[in-house]
Design a protein around this ligand. Structure first.
Ligand code: FES
Length: 104
């Protein structure tokens, strides 16, 4: 396990155990204040949208075209937007901080 820091839609930060080797979405969807992840990680619903803290942004693998395309259509898109189902949580990401994006 490694630390995942999650800021909910009310602005409260929570520290949770991230599931190493799985997508960040897998941890977030089990939280009451987490994400819906309706498509189950198929990169088609964007209900797993998060903002990645700037200090962590460059440490993640770059989004693929499919993810970039989906993100760019969102009302709440920001430069640090990511789909949490496309981010693999590894030990190197211990301490990663993400903010749950508003509902579309
Ligand atoms: S869970 Fe649907 S796009 Fe990530």
């Amino acid at each position: 396990m490694a630390l995942l820091r999650v800021i909910d839609r009310d602005g409260t930060e929570h520290q949770v155990d991230g599931k190493v080797g799985l997508k960040v979405m897998e941890t977030l969807r089990e939280l009451e204040y987490g994400v819906a992840a309706i498509c189950g990680g198929m990169c088609s619903c964007a209900t797993c949208h998060v903002y990645v803290d700037p200090e962590w942004r460059d440490r993640l693998a770059q989004p693929l075209a499919e993810e970039r395309e989906l993100l760019s259509d969102l009302t709440h898109y920001e430069e640090n937007s990511r789909l949490s189902c496309q981010i693999e949580f590894t030990l190197e990401l211990d301490g990663l901080r993400v903010t749950i994006a508003p509902d579309e």
